[in-house]
Ligand binder design. Structure first.
Ligand code: ATP
Ligand code: MG
Length: 432
């Protein structure tokens, strides 16, 4: 049932002028258009939205007629990006779920029952019900200043509750990534997961194994690199979901937690962060555990130990790829950070010069500080390196632990998707 609410508490001045301009223009073209999803939810909760999405009854082709210079993204699931100055407004056409007998064709569902494509256009109320959580299914009309609520999202906003629309087990089965989204929104927005949604997580969580690794990498960056990584990790632990994402030995959570706390801090301070550093921290406990065996076999010779370390890091990172597709430059970053750890133990002048010149020195030093905080390396070693940098004219606080700038390369469009799920042909983007 539709509720039209004029008394909603959205502060209109916080709505992007560009998004309103896009809506105005679509309406002048005879179409219906609203703000939708995360931005409406965030405005209602008093959080600054990170971007503004528009839902409309105009098809992508219609949108292109209204805004001639737009970008159509996604192949099966097409969205239009309208650029307004430096802001990109994402415009998507109302869609519906393929849920009745006739729609559930094999090409729409995987063997596990996961939705592979959902680009069938629909009406606004159908569009509301195919969304994940009630608080994500609210539409805001900035012209009349009203909220349209089809799924009782406003009541859940008021109670700060995160509730799946429809039958929770079925909605998680259709798209198990919604489990991670539930954790992420609960952590970021401090929402309580509704009991029925909560109860469906444990029985459905194994299904996350069927998600293409490229999509999990996308979700990984959203969970851990948007400023609420520590709380997200905490909730993942509480729901016993960490093991599905990473191999974490018992009591192996200390370094990952410290790395997330430092990443969250850096994001608040507007400093750059990189997935490679977090990856190094998440997989460090596994690396250390396996190193005991691998290095004992190497028999002490420095060359053989180095070769064994190299082989071990390759193997730990390769195993991770089967769950989360980590772009190679990030795995290389993690491998370098690990490789430099034993070198930080050698306090000779020759070694100091070599390390200070290494492009990953700063990240390796930051990583050493984490290990010290975790009680995994001697405290005086950190102080020693801090002093060395000051003495050598390197400011230990100045250079950020960042990824090397990416070389711009012209890439040919891929002719076939990297993963077997057609929905993710555009590089593992989240279906919406
Ligand atoms: P944020 O961008 O702040 O992380 P968001 O809610 O905007 O949060 P997006 O991933 O940008 O999240 O998705 C936009 C909207 O699309 C969501 O609010 C939701 O309505 C819908 N949506 C996204 N992913 C799914 C999904 N897996 N299943 C159902 N609906 C989804
Ligand atoms: Mg969004």
């Amino acid at each position: 049932m539709l509720n039209r609410l004029a008394d909603h508490g959205i502060d209109r001045s916080r709505v992007s002028k560009n998004a309103v301009a896009v809506i105005d223009k679509l309406r002048s073209g005879g179409f219906d258009a609203y703000l939708v999803g995360g931005c409406v939810r965030d405005l209602l909760l008093g959080v600054v939205p990170k971007d503004f999405d528009v839902a409309t009854d105009a098809t992508p082709e219609d949108v292109r007629r209204v805004f001639p210079r737009v970008r159509l993204v996604g192949r099966r699931f097409r969205i239009v990006h309208v650029r307004m100055g430096r802001e990109v407004i994402e415009v998507s056409t109302f869609r519906r779920t393929l849920d009745d007998e006739e729609d559930a064709q094999p090409q729409h569902l995987s063997e596990e029952g996961i939705i592979l494509r959902d680009n069938v256009y629909g009406s606004i109320d159908e569009d509301a019900f195919r969304r994940d959580f009630t608080v994500n299914a609210l539409y805001y009309d900035p012209v009349d200043d009203v909220v349209l609520d089809y799924c009782n999202g406003m009541a859940d906003i008021a109670k700060r509750t995160l509730r799946l629309i429809g039958d929770p087990q079925q909605r998680f089965r259709e798209d198990p990534v919604r489990i991670l989204r539930a954790i992420r929104f609960a952590a970021k927005l401090d929402l309580e997961i509704h009991p029925a949604t909560h109860d469906a997580i444990a029985p459905m969580c194994e299904m996350l194994n069927a998600i293409p690794p490229a999509r999990l990498f996308d979700e990984f960056t959203k969970m851990f690199m948007t400023g609420h990584g520590e709380q997200t990790f905490e909730l993942l632990c509480r729901y016993e979901l960490v093991d599905i994402l990473f191999p974490l030995p018992p009591d192996g959570d200390v370094v990952p937690r410290l790395a997330l706390a430092s990443t969250d801090r850096r994001i608040k301070e507007d400093k750059p962060v990189t997935p490679g550093f977090l990856l190094a921290a998440f997989l460090w406990p596994e690396y250390v555990e396996r190193a005991d065996i691998a290095l004992a076999e190497a028999n002490g010779s420095r060359q053989r130990v180095a070769a064994a370390e190299e082989e071990l890091s390759r193997s730990v990172l390769a195993a991770q790829q089967s769950t989360i597709a980590i772009p190679r430059r990030h795995s290389w970053f993690a491998r370098d950070v690990w490789r430099l750890q034993p070198m930080l133990d050698r306090r000779t002048q020759r070694n100091v010069n070599k390390l200070l010149a290494h492009p990953r020195f700063r990240a390796a030093y930051d990583f050493l500080l984490l290990r010290i905080e975790a009680g995994d390396a001697p405290e005086d070693l950190g102080q020693w390196w801090t002093e060395v940098q000051t003495r050598e004219g390197h400011d230990p606080d100045a250079r950020p632990a960042r990824d090397q700038p990416r070389r711009r390369r012209r890439r040919r469009r891929r002719s076939s998707p990297a993963v077997n799920n057609p929905e993710f042909a555009n590089g593992g983007a989240t279906p919406r």
